[in-house]
Design a protein around this ligand. Structure first.
Ligand code: SF4
Length: 376
């Protein structure tokens, strides 16, 4: 990797690693939460089909639409049907949407599509693949980001972190207001209530889920949890281990907007979206759930911590894995979603990833198994 990567990753590690340690010391109850979360996730992974059915029933009960997509092609077909003739689409950092090629597909169909998470926005403008699961533009220094935002404002003088963020804010505000469709992922989905939970700090996801008339949440089936209580545990654990605790915003969506203010009769829509759609994506996950070793990769909550404790990622960066899946979790997920076991062969088994993983995933063991598959 080049010198710029070395500068960028050093800055990111120095900002993230001490912050996560401090959060875990300050909020010791996170430790109990992560253990309960692992139990809940395991319960679903052992019986995914049952929980997919329960979730679909719950979403429909709330007045939403729910779909199951076997692969990326089916995801794109369902998205096409929901989007219809609508032209402006805002997206709120969905890794599954990236995995399924949704943004590029919509742009090919002539839609006006904008990523609204600052990191994803920089990635879209620079036409580069994401390099980290929660910080997709981690490979860019602020000096590079400053050049990238000039693509939408050639007169921009933004140089500091704050000025670059303001530049994106000015450009994207109009996109949110005039979008007809908002596409997000999901950090957690509660099977019992059909609720989708999304964690963020920027406010872009809140606007993506609220302002357009249609909201589409695209999520892997492994994001389902048995109950809303488990889903809140995931919010706490994921944000703590990502170094973003407490999260600025937690967005909970259970169906389209509604009101019961006239005679207590609940009607829809109210001020928010008229339509809520959840697409549950398999794309290789159910097959992996049956493997006695590789199933553990489905426990990943995408906190991104393993990246910062891995010597291989520090050297290879975004070239290790199949985007959006990079680093130790990416070496597992390149196989889950793309059936590519090759990234596992770069693992040197330092064990750093396992020590820091909130879900206690035995990442080295999973990668060892994938190495053996890559040699067949
Ligand atoms: S493998 Fe563990 S540490 Fe790495 S992103 Fe997933 S949950 Fe976080």
């Amino acid at each position: 990797m080049n010198e710029i990567w070395n500068i960028a990753i050093d800055r990111a590690v120095n900002n993230n690693v001490p912050r996560v340690r401090s959060i875990l010391e300050s909020y010791p109850y996170i430790n109990d939460a992560r253990k309960k979360l692992r139990q809940g996730k395991t319960e679903v992974i052992k019986d995914i089909s049952k929980y997919v059915e329960l979730t679909i029933e719950s979403v429909k009960r709330n007045g939403g639409n729910a779909y199951f997509a076997r692969d990326a092609k089916e995801v794109r077909e369902i998205v096409d049907k929901i989007v219809g003739d609508n032209q402006r689409i805002v997206m709120g950092k969905s890794m599954v949407a990236y995995e399924c090629g949704v943004r590029d597909h919509l742009i090919e169909r002539g839609k006006d599509v904008w990523e609204t998470d600052l990191g994803e926005f920089l990635i879209q403008l620079s036409n580069e693949p994401p390099s980290h699961i929660i910080a997709p533009a981690i490979h860019m220094t602020k000096e590079q980001a400053s050049k990238v935002v000039r693509k939408v404002n050639p007169d921009s003088k933004a140089e500091s972190h704050e000025e670059i963020a303001v530049e994106a804010r000015k450009f994207l505000r109009e996109k949110f207001i005039n979008a007809q469709v908002g596409i997000t992922g999901a950090n957690a989905i509660a099977a019992d209530t059909g609720s989708v939970l999304l964690i963020e700090n920027e406010g872009n996801i809140r606007m993506t889920t609220i302002l357009p008339e249609k909201h589409i949440a695209i999520a892997g089936v492994e994001k389902i949890l048995p109950t809303l209580e488990h889903a809140f545990l995931e919010v706490m654990v994921q944000s703590a281990y990502a170094g973003l605790y407490p999260p600025t915003y937690v967005n909970l969506t259970s169906g389209p907007s509604s009101t019961g203010d006239i005679e207590m009769k609940r009607v829809s829509p109210a001020h928010g979206p008229k339509e809520f759609n959840l697409i549950l994506v398999d794309n290789g996950r159910i097959e992996v759930s049956k493997d006695p070793t590789i199933w553990e990769s489905l426990l990943c909550i995408r906190c991104g911590r393993c990246h910062f404790h891995c010597p291989v990622y520090r050297v290879l960066g975004s070239t290790w894995g199949d985007p959006p899946f990079t680093g130790p979790m990416g070496a597992m997920w390149s196989y889950v979603s793309y059936k590519d076991a090759t990234p596992s062969t770069y693992c040197v088994h330092s064990g750093g990833c396992r020590e820091v993983c909130p879900m206690d995933i035995n990442i080295p063991k999973v990668l060892e198994k994938l190495k053996s598959l890559s040699q067949k």
